[in-house]
Design a protein. Structure first.
Length: 170
């Protein structure tokens, strides 16, 4: 069992060794969209490891590739769906802002100011800055987000169904 701390929460989350950081964040009821279904293809579970990076599993090539597309990537960035807790002393922080699933998430907010940055679910780019007015025109412009998320979900469904290639030993 390992204790993992989440920024802005006093009590740690106790998880089994090799649990993913997503389990920690969900235990603290943090909002995770997980557009790709936890396969390491999108940015919606992007987090920063502020302490104990060496207490997590080694970064996979898929995670490294996904992190390359992030707008707010830092040296301590990880994908919560890919990072497994292997030791004590991990502390996690989430990027400032709110990921959206679709432009429809913003319909109810038209005419209001964004209280936090609204982030693209694939690359984490800021779609609407905190303090900016959310307009109907801007929401229509964000319809591409719906297409991006739909494509990501389709890709994630096919990733596990692809046959494994046999590689000869060298």
């Amino acid at each position: 069992m390992k204790n993992v701390y989440v920024e802005h929460h006093v009590d740690p989350v106790v998880v089994l060794t090799n649990s993913r950081v997503t389990e920690v964040l969900l235990a603290k009821q943090e909002r995770l969209v997980m557009a790709c279904g936890g396969k390491g293809l999108c940015a919606t579970c992007h987090c920063y490891i502020t302490q104990g990076q060496d207490k997590l599993s080694v970064m996979t090539p898929r995670e490294r590739q996904a992190l390359q597309m992030l707008a707010d990537r830092r040296p301590n960035s990880r994908l919560a769906c890919q990072a497994k807790v292997v030791g004590e002393g991990v502390k996690v922080e989430l990027p400032q802002g709110r990921f959206i699933d679709s432009s429809g998430d913003l319909e109810q907010l038209i005419g209001r100011r964004a209280t936090e940055n609204i982030l693209h679910p694939i690359d984490g780019a800021i779609l609407i800055e905190a303090g900016k007015l959310i307009t109907r025109t801007r929401v229509r412009e964000l319809n591409q987000v719906d297409v991006d998320v739909a494509e990501m979900r389709t890709m994630s469904l096919t990733i596990d169904s692809q046959p494994k290639r046999w590689m000869p030993r060298m």
